[in-house]
Each structure stands twice: as structure tokens, then as C-alpha cells.
Design a protein around this ligand. Structure first.
Ligand SMILES: C[S@@+](CC[C@H](N)C(=O)[O-])C[C@H]1O[C@@H](n2cnc3c(N)ncnc32)[C@H](O)[C@@H]1O
Length: 254
């Protein structure tokens, strides 16, 4: 089994290894976040299994996905477990790796471009920036029982960039908590919805205006929220459209 990161959506952000494995796989077990353009690169005879949703119901439970991977590998199939972004960044790739290893199944993990680096690059936010941001933390906005168990006072430290995943719904609570812990209400924030896809949208605010921004613009997942002074460097959508990174390679290099 290959556990492979598909990147944030743009098929050009797949690694060459992911692309090769995608073409060679007999069975592809993928998440909802993996887009149609990426899946279109698979061999036409490959069987695609979407574990992000099933007819009339919710997605598969993690234990069911683990069992499915073990079952398919046991049949001697070349199995590709394709996950959005990087499999080891809020992707539960570690749980799948453990389950497969326990069964003695050979596994290789292939990294992918995670949402934070893709979103930041696309809008011109350096996640670290000399003098402005000397640390970056990838944070989930969503814990098993609501608020994630985090050391909020450390996260609220200056010259520190936070890249918040799965945080749209809890953004008002996260912003309030960071302000309570001492982060300036005027700290810059950027929200990047559907980074690296044609539907990408970038919005900017300050921490105390994040809740209103999300509400007023109807921000929906998947979106990445960047908190920290570097977020002020985000190009707005009009400027981002001119950035070489968002144009096809041929056009950018001509
Ligand atoms: C379950 S996590 C998976 C993260 C993934 N493994 C990665 O490395 O990017 C899902 C969250 O990732 C973020 N995300 C994934 N793809 C994104 C995209 N194209 N644009 C913005 N955020 C994205 C969102 O915060 C979303 O709620």
C-alpha cells in the first residue's frame, strides 16, 4: 500500500512520485478532498473508492478504512491510499500506517504539499519571515470534544504564525481565546478558501474581525486561516490572479 499525499487540489502540485503511483494503482482509496482533476490522472481501469462519503450516509469510519486497506492489500492489489494535502498533517495517515504495519503489510508513505504551505504560497504569505515570524505552528481548530486541547498562551506569542486547519466553524471561539491569551486584537489574519483550485478565494481581516469576516462572506470549508503579522502580506484576489504561481506553467515561463 502506498499512502500518498495528493496536495491541495491543483494537479500540478502533485509530486512526480504521486503521479506515477496514481497511474500504476489498481485500486485507489481516496478522500473527499481529492479533486476530480487529480483522480482523472488514474489508470482508466483502476477502481476508485471514495471513503469520504457513501450513498445516503456519512463517510467511512477510520476503523472501516483501515480494514478496507488491509483487505485490499490482502488480495494482492496495488493499493493507493490517496489523501488531500500531506497524509501526515491532520490526515490520519499515521493511524492507517500503524494498522497496515500491524498486519505485516508493506507500506510506503509519499508526502504531499499541505494546505498551509500551498495556501500561503498562492497568496504571497511567507509563513516564516525574518524579524516578523520566527516560528510557525500547524493547528487544528477542531478537537475530539470541541475545543482542541492546546497550550493557547504559547500559541498567542508574538512573531509566531498560526496556520489553522478545520477551523472555519470554531474560528470565533479560537480568535476570542487567542485575544484572551494576549494576542493583539489587531493581529493580521488571512482566510484562504479552496487554495490552489479555480475557486480559490482570499479574505483578510484582523483577529477581532475574523468572526464577522467568516459570517459576512459565507466562508466554507475547506479553508485555511493564517494568523500572524505575515498575513498582512497576503495579496488580495486581484493581485493573486497575476502571481505566476496561479497561472499554468507554460504561461508563467513564457
Ligand atoms: C482533514 S484536514 C486535511 C489536511 C491535509 N492532510 C493537508 O495536509 O492539507 C482538512 C482541512 O485542511 C485544510 N485544507 C485542505 N485542503 C485545502 C485547500 N485546498 N484550501 C484550503 N484549506 C485546505 C482545511 O482547513 C480543511 O478543513
Amino acid at each position: 500500500v502506498h499512502i500518498v499525499g495528493a496536495g491541495p487540489g491543483d494537479p500540478e502540485l502533485l509530486t512526480r512520485k504521486a503521479w506515477r503511483l496514481l497511474r500504476q494503482a489498481e485500486v485507489i482509496v481516496h478522500d473527499r478532498l481529492v479533486g476530480a482533476e487529480v483522480l482523472a490522472l488514474a489508470d482508466p481501469t483502476a477502481r476508485l473508492i471514495d471513503v469520504g462519503k457513501r450513498p445516503g450516509g456519512k463517510g467511512y469510519r477510520q476503523s472501516e478504512i483501515n480494514a478496507l486497506l488491509c483487505h485490499l492489500a490482502g488480495q494482492g492489489r496495488r493499493v493507493l491510499r490517496l489523501k488531500g494535502g500531506d497524509p501526515f498533517v491532520f490526515g490520519r495517515g499515521g493511524e492507517e500506517l500503524e494498522a497496515l504495519r500491524k498486519r505485516g503489510i508493506a507500506v510506503e508513505v509519499v508526502p504531499g504539499i499541505t494546505a498551509a504551505t500551498a495556501a500561503a504560497a498562492n497568496v504571497g504569505i511567507p509563513l516564516t519571515h525574518r524579524g516578523t515570524a520566527t516560528a510557525v505552528t500547524l493547528v487544528t481548530g477542531h478537537g475530539e470534544a470541541g475545543e482542541p486541547d492546546l497550550d493557547w498562551s504559547r500559541l498567542a506569542s508574538p512573531r509566531h504564525t498560526l496556520a489553522l486547519y478545520m477551523a472555519v466553524r470554531r474560528a470565533p471561539a479560537v480568535a476570542a481565546r487567542l485575544i484572551d491569551e494576549g494576542l493583539a486584537p489587531g493581529t493580521a489574519v488571512a482566510v484562504i478558501e479552496r487554495a490552489s483550485t479555480p475557486q480559490q478565494r482570499t479574505l483578510r481581516a484582523t483577529l477581532d474581525g475574523l468572526a464577522a469576516l467568516i459570517r459576512d462572506h459565507g466562508v466554507r470549508a475547506p479553508a485555511l486561516i493564517i494568523v500572524g503579522e505575515v498575513a498582512a502580506l497576503a495579496a488580495d484576489d486581484a493581485l493573486a490572479a497575476l502571481a505566476p504561481a496561479s497561472r499554468p506553467y507554460e504561461e508563467a515561463s513564457s
